[in-house]
Design a binder for this molecule. Structure first.
Ligand code: FES
Length: 156
């Protein structure tokens, strides 16, 4: 048996050793906010946080997550209040079809937490694993800058 803590809830599951974390989240736990794009590590749509670090859930075996903390897009807002990056994505029109958006947000939050959002070039580099077929890159970048600036203003 494998125990995963997903968005603060402990879940014990009998897993096939070949199951990806992405498939377990979507098909066993019903957390379909995490998207399957390429299923081979190329698009970033499946990005989640594992013990606070971003990972591609399509390339992560679920049994390797035994005892670990997983956070998905469903666990980002608190008590109905959106994370600042979620709000900024809305304000800056950082999406069109929305398919890549959960992965963009999970990567963006990690990048903000890591301190890798100091410049536009740095944001572009650290977000380069998240593809957007609609081409909303500039608006996504502006949303990350906005969330970064708002968190700085709140802290000062
Ligand atoms: Fe995992 Fe594309 S679905 S990187």
């Amino acid at each position: 048996m494998t125990t995963l803590t997903v968005n603060g809830c402990s879940r014990t599951l009998d897993l096939d050793p070949r199951e990806s974390l992405l498939d377990v989240l979507r098909e066993r736990l019903g957390l379909t906010g995490t998207k399957k794009g390429c299923d081979q590590g190329a698009c970033g749509a499946c990005t989640v946080h594992l013990d606070g670090r971003r990972v591609l859930s399509c390339l992560t075996l679920a049994i390797r997550c035994d005892g670990k903390e997983i956070r998905t897009i469903e666990g980002i807002a608190h008590d109905g209040v959106l994370h600042p990056l979620q709000s900024a994505m809305i304000e800056q029109d950082g999406l069109q079809c929305g398919y890549c958006t959960p992965g963009q947000i999970m990567s963006g939050i990690a990048l903000l937490d890591e301190g890798h959002a100091e410049s536009r070039d740095q944001i572009r580099e650290w977000m380069s694993g998240n593809l957007c077929r609609c081409g909303a890159y500039n608006c996504i970048l502006e949303a990350i800058e906005r969330a970064r600036d708002e968190s700085r203003d709140a802290a000062s």
